[in-house]
Design a protein around this ligand. Structure first.
Ligand code: GTP
Ligand code: MG
Length: 151
């Protein structure tokens, strides 16, 4: 099964939305295989968002993502990267459909509550998982509902 890296950003933590984000992904049938409550330092922030290093918003982005604790997760399931991106909604919450996480919980591009690996950037999931988790922090197990989630 495919794995994707997901993060409740500092605004989600401060606003008490960790549980809501976890619940939505669980309810969908995705399987949590890793989770870590942590503080991102500047070095990790710059590496995680390296693709944006030349953008005008880069400094604001790294200072935001290091501004408080985050909840980093790895979720597994069929087509997990794309499924999570769909549930997240558009990057700019103003464009995100109601019913999506950003469409329901965010208003501002720079405070969009959730990160998920990019399905348009192949390998970004593996790279992000490696960056945030040691292999022994990810757990292989079966959920009892798997036979009812997949044909
Ligand atoms: P992430 O899951 O956070 O990576 O969001 P994304 O993949 O939907 O968007 P992208 O990787 O393109 O941008 C990363 C983050 O930078 C976004 O989540 C926004 O918070 C921020 N961002 C992106 N574009 C802009 C912009 O034009 N202006 C500002 N201020 N922030 C931006
Ligand atoms: Mg991105």
């Amino acid at each position: 099964e495919e794995r994707t890296f997901v993060m409740a950003k500092p605004d989600a933590v401060q606003r008490g939305l960790i549980g809501e984000i976890v619940s939505r992904l669980e309810d969908r049938g995705l399987k949590l295989v890793g989770g870590k409550f942590m503080q991102i330092d500047d070095e990790l922030a710059r590496e995680h968002y390296a693709e944006h290093v030349d953008k005008p918003f880069f400094d604001g982005l790294t200072s935001f993502i290091t501004s408080g604790p985050v909840f980093a997760m790895v979720w597994e399931g069929e087509d997990a990267i794309r499924q999570v991106r769909q549930m997240m909604g558009a990057t700019d919450p103003a464009e995100a459909a109601p019913g999506t996480i950003r469409g329901d919980y965010a208003l501002d591009l720079g405070r969009n509550v959730i990160h998920g690996s990019d399905h348009e950037d192949p390998g970004s999931n593996e790279r992000e998982i490696d960056l945030f988790f040691d292999p022994d922090e990810l757990i292989d197990y079966e959920r009892i509902d798997e036979g009812w989630l997949y044909e």
